[in-house]
Ligand binder design. Sequence first.
Ligand SMILES: [Ca+2]
Ligand SMILES: [Ca+2]
Length: 158
Amino acid sequence: MAFMLQGHFDAHSFKSTATLEEVNRDCRTPQNGTGFLCDDRITCIQPSDLCNGAYNCPSGADESKQLCSDLPHNLPSSLIFRCGNPKFWIFIDQKCNYLNDCGDCSDEIGISASCPPCGPEWWTCTPVEFMYCNCVPRQLCRDGRQQCYDWSDEYICV
Ligand SMILES: [Ca+2]
Ligand SMILES: [Ca+2]
């Protein structure tokens, strides 16, 4: 057990099924979000880099079988957001990223997500495209294609 910290485990934690969760992996990502701390205790990766098939931690701890089997149950709960439909979940860095990751926009709109208003790079409207929820990228304004239900992206937005 390379991760064992003296005095950290209680009697129940010495069983062979001790998981990575028992080591404190809390950290802030360079984007100032909640992250996952790699074994080097320096690298802090985005939660959505966990179990994505690519090694993002130098040791590959982000792809360990222990962590990634039976998703999302072996992941730290602080890295998970439960969608409005409890059958679905996303990584916490996919919440309030303007994209409809839950499929019902519960990660972008609503009380449990409690996202801030659209940022300066975004235009507020009701989109016609499934991938957006209540903000569309300003770079799509006046691009000759309707993104907003009320066409405000083509007639008002600059
Ligand atoms: Ca990864
Ligand atoms: Ca999202």
